[in-house]
Design a protein around this ligand. Sequence first.
Ligand code: RNT
Ligand code: ZN
Length: 421
Amino acid sequence: MSENVVKAYELAKEQYAAVGVDAAAAMKTLATIPISMHCWQGDDVGGFETVGAQLSGGGIQATGNYPGKARTVAELRQDFEQALSVIPGKHRFSLHASYLDNGGKFVDRNEVEPKHFQGWIDWAKEQGLGLDFNPTYFSHAKAADGFTLAHEDKAIRDFWIDHGIRCRKIGEEMGRQLGSTTVTNVWIPDGYKDIPVDRTGPRARLVDSLDKIFAEPINEKLHLDAVEAKLFGIGAESYTAGSAEFYLGYAVSRQKLLTLDSGHYHPTECISEKISSVLMFCPGLLLHVSRPVRWDSDHVVILDDELQMIAKELVRSGKLADKIHIGLDYFDASINRVAAWAIGSRNMLKALLIALLEPTESLKKSESSGDFTARLAMFEEQKSLPWAAVWNYYCEQQGVPVGSAWFDQIRKYEKDVLSKR
Ligand code: RNT
Ligand code: ZN
């Protein structure tokens, strides 16, 4: 270990001990928290259904054309391994159904099977990664008019119900083979550009479709279902069938995990404020940590106030080990995509470390005794405690580059590999 990193850590440890916080214990806990990193940052949500597949519809958009994006399953794996090499800890990979390995022969959404993901499962095992899964309800002719599970046409609904059922079986198989519970997250884009007359019909159809998808119980050790709400999408500005109230009601009544995505609420709402309420009534929570800039833009996650508040609420809940699944959901095509993975994940982990270093008990004491002056004073003092010294030590302990050295490595990979694509 580098002498300076150790020295700085020893001093930091003392400072934390003085406020009743055990820095070594915080690092130990951090090492047990997996981040589910999203495959779709690697190729702008394109997937591998066809050669040159691109994101279309769904009300979401990846903007930018930075060179070097992954064009094949092999390239995406290689890029992700590179990102993993600069991220401390053991993590997970979240795949979309459109990232199947079809061996060059088109396989439609209602035909996907575990065998199309066997290569991913084998790779994940080799890499020591858990896998999470997502049915893909966009970039498809049968979703082109903006409706899938809530569609008027029963034949189209049935097609997408079939997709959902198949995806749960794939998730179950991933969980079984990897010995690590797979969370399969259902998000659909269904909505109207302009004001509808019938807000009820699509929602009633959506309940029915979801119930059909979830009809078969699956061993919860292998697989968990999550449902993701949303406020609006591009081209669906006026009405989204799967709104916040819709899915909160659905998740509570069916005891499913609820997914909170940072970009899926009104601009002044924060998901950090919702975590404690959702955990009261849902069996679990999946987070799609993202960064909305003026809209649901899915910018790379930075270490801003909301990220730190999310991490604090997760740690304070005491439910990180069994009820909370942290996933990332952003896609920036205007910068090096491997760096984007690294920056967002490292920030999520930094925020968790800062949260784990919080003297929560003494803050709670101030609060419950009505001493809000002390609470505010301590919150502000904590901001200048040396968490970065603990972070650097943690990185060194976990065998990843310390400080900005990770960036040199990713730059070299860009020069040697990405720029040649
Ligand atoms: C879209 C949702 C959804 C997607 C991914 C690709 O607004 O956030 O989670 O981003 O499924
Ligand atoms: Zn999301």
